[in-house]
Design a protein around this ligand. Structure first.
Ligand code: DGJ
Length: 705
């Protein structure tokens, strides 16, 4: 019997969430949107949003609500699916108890037939991000396998009719796609043991008029399932959760399973949504963010030397790095055991005497004497079949007994669910960090998990938990060491890993045109300070594209800047330009990394522009990627400024050489123009952006004088 409907209301700084609970029946979303007046009548809000039954619908139309199941005629995506042995067990969860305190709600549901208890929790956290989680407890008397338990089931508010999703591949991450949700929606899943290059566990829902957007994400570094379905009745349901199929999660009587969290946020536009996510990361997710110092300029050895390294070459590279103003020297792959190519030695984490006959310390001393700190590449989760580790412990990798162990990049995956494996890795990395002054680890992961199984059966979920345990243990033992999450570039970028890391490697492609797009996509959710963004070589080794140093360096400034190229093979002019941009980055990084990021729109689709604002200062990047249709490209219009404030606008040098002759009144731009925020937003400034591969920086300083 249904009890009286009760309303749970959560309020953030800018949003309100209202959930209706009909005891013994269902819990459903009534409202998700801009903050409502405290006196809003929730009963009226609920009832005025209900639809009646139509022909050819069940007489009591099913309510998927916050825990959709295949029951009562609901044919939409499901949030829970369980089995008893081989038999699928139908469930019918009914809300029994609930509580809410204005920021957090919890609803306990029960399936009478199986004795399963479900728990839904939503809480509003910093940045008005709503954190959602579900749990399932087995209070029955037979083991139950969990094939599906979503972290979040979100009945999509009806105004949202489009979805922005991502696709991608190695070195071409985060390609944005926008499509109508109806008539079918979409399915996105990963079965690689990590979210993958396509950013599939990030998405947005948009209102077709572009005046409301929801961003949603699963905070999990393993496989996921996301389903967004809209039905012929007009309802849409978004279900996000970890991938569980395969019988890995079995609850014996008395056991409980809790999903990782999903987060979602509501905002009036994409800039506002980005700012909410950035605040959420800065205040809730990134470890010890408040204590982070300035993001040091990196030089990474990979594109400069790859495996062709020795002490003399590294010393020369360190000299060149210091000369450019680099602050952290990162020794990438190739420094250990017999690792002279990618076919060998993963797992043997001992310094190679062939590469560094005197060990790591003389190199670290040299680097530090030149004012830099030292970072080291590792790929702990992997093992090469050609390694001492594998020869000693062939059973330490994920594998299925009696089946071929297929490799990717000539490597296998260590079984992190085994304590002995995890202890070995901890001991090796702990020893490196304990014996040498290493300020930073680049933690790489260069293959998919197949099979995601060990002697006990499917192990993909437990493998990711094993990674978290190892990272947590290392972080606790070495809290000052920064960690970057890299998975052949941006293959593992999520808030689960970012709660344990200081930055992500956005892509293996350092092609600045690609980077403009990739960084802009990641920056929809992540603040610039965690997005590793490096100046690569020209021609670019992946795309073959040649780009000026001016363009490459300006693009790399919008992120955590670094160099991934050999300064020794640059011209004097290129080195001079790079040095100047590194100095510029240092003088602007407080604004880039502490500010609010504004996505600037431009009518020319080839122009990509971002603005970061902090305190009285702002820095924008406006970059043209292709040939403009007209000589005079429309002015670059700012956004997010106080319309009544006055700003001095300058164009920080160096300027793009090719474009300089097209800049009208260049002397006046050195001194700057004082303009109102309104003029900068409504009219903007004229920049020469007719030619491809031209980038400008625009500096704003609030004068109010
Ligand atoms: C893949 C990474 O993304 C690269 O930056 C580099 O570290 C290589 N692995 C080294 O093997």
């Amino acid at each position: 019997m249904a009890g009286e409907t009760e309303y749970l209301r959560l309020d953030g700084d800018t949003i309100t969430v209202v959930v209706a609970v009909v005891p013994g029946e269902y819990a459903d979303l009534v409202y998700l949107g801009p903050k409502l007046d405290a006196h809003e009548q929730l009963h009226a809000l609920h009832r005025s949003g209900l639809y009646g039954a139509h022909e050819s619908q069940p007489d009591s139309p099913p309510v998927g609500g916050l825990l959709p199941e295949p029951k009562h005629g609901d044919a939409g995506p499901v949030a829970v699916a369980v089995r008893d042995g081989a038999q699928r067990v139908p469930t019918d969860f009914r809300p029994m108890r609930h509580e809410a305190d204005g920021r957090k709600l919890a609803i306990a549901l029960e399936d009478a037939a199986t004795g399963l208890q479900a728990q839904i929790e939503w809480s509003i956290e910093a940045g008005d991000a709503v954190r959602a989680q579900m749990a399932l407890a087995n209070d029955g008397d037979v083991p139950i396998a969990v094939d599906r338990l979503a972290a979040l089931a979100l009945p999509v508010p009806r105004r949202f009719d489009e979805a922005i999703t991502y696709a991608g591949r190695w070195a071409a991450e985060m390609q944005e796609h926008r499509a109508a949700i109806g008539p079918r929606g979409f399915v996105s899943r990963s079965r690689r043991g990590k979210p993958g290059f396509d950013g599939g566990n990030w998405l947005m829902l948009c209102d077709g008029n572009d005046d409301a957007v929801i961003g949603a994400h699963l905070c999990w570094s393993g496989d996921y399932d996301t389903v967004l379905e809209s039905d012929a009745d007009g309802r849409a349901m978004l279900v996000i959760g970890p991938a569980l199929e395969g019988g890995e999660i079995v609850l014996t009587p008395g056991e409980r399973f809790e999903t990782q969290a999903a987060v979602f946020a509501y905002a009036e536009d994409r800039t506002a949504l980005g700012q909410l996510f950035h605040r959420h990361l800065r205040e809730e997710v990134l470890p010890g963010r408040a204590g982070w110092g300035p993001r040091k300029v990196h030089l990474n050895s990979w594109e400069a030397l790859a495996f062709d390294m020795d002490e003399a070459k590294l010393i020369a590279l360190a000299d060149d790095a210091a000369d450019l103003g680099v602050e952290r020297f990162v020794l990438d792959d190739g420094w250990f055991a017999g690792r002279r190519n990618d076919r060998t030695s993963l797992g043997d984490w001992e310094v190679s005497r062939d590469v560094l006959p005197n060990g790591l310390d003389p190199l670290i001393d040299y680097v530090e004497a030149r004012g830099m700190d030292f970072g080291l590449w590792v790929e702990p989760e992997m093992v090469s079949p050609d390694s001492d580790l594998y020869r000693a412990h062939p059973d330490w990798c994920l594998h299925e007994e009696g089946r071929e162990r297929r490799t990717q990049r000539h490597q296998l995956v260590l079984d992190l669910t085994r304590a002995a494996v995890s202890d070995y890795l901890f001991e090796r990395i702990d020893a490196l960090l304990g014996a040498h002054r290493i300020a930073y680890l680049k933690w790489d992961h260069n293959r998919d998990l197949f099979p995601a199984a060990n002697a006990d059966g499917p192990a993909g979920y437990a493998q990711t938990l094993g990674l978290y345990r190892l990272l947590d243990r290392l972080r606790a033992a070495h809290p000052a060491v920064e960690i970057e999450s890299c998975a052949s570039g941006g293959g593992r970028v999520d808030l689960g890993i970012l709660s344990r890391c200081n930055r992500i490697w956005a892509s293996d492609s350092n092609d600045a045109i690609e980077r403009l797009r990739i960084v802009r996509s990641w920056a929809q959710f992540l603040p610039l300070e965690v997005i590793g963004n490096h100046v690569g070589p020209s021609p670019n080794p992946i795309t073959g594209r040649r780009l000026s140093m001016d363009f490459r360096a300006k693009v790399a400034m919008f992120g955590h800047m670094g160099v991934e190229a050999d300064p020794g093979s640059m011209t004097d002019g290129e080195r001079k330009a790079l040095r100047a941009h590194i100095a510029l980055y240092k003088s602007w990084r407080d604004v880039l990394h502490g500010g609010v990021l504004v996505r600037l729109d431009h009518p020319d689709q080839g122009v990509s522009a971002l603005l970061s604002l902090a305190g009285n200062r702002g820095l924008a990047l406006a970059a043209q990627t292709r040939v403009a249709a007209t000589y005079d490209v429309a002015p670059v219009r700012m956004a997010g400024l106080d319309p009544d404030a006055r700003y001095r606008v300058t164009l920080p040098e160096p300027w793009p050489r090719k474009a300089m002759r097209y800049l009208a009144n260049h002397e006046s731009w050195r001194e700057g123009h004082v303009l109102s925020g309104r003029a900068l937003v409504e009219r903007g400034i004229a920049l020469p952006l007719a030619h491809p591969e031209t980038a400008w920086l625009v500096a704003l300083e609030r004068t109010d004088g």
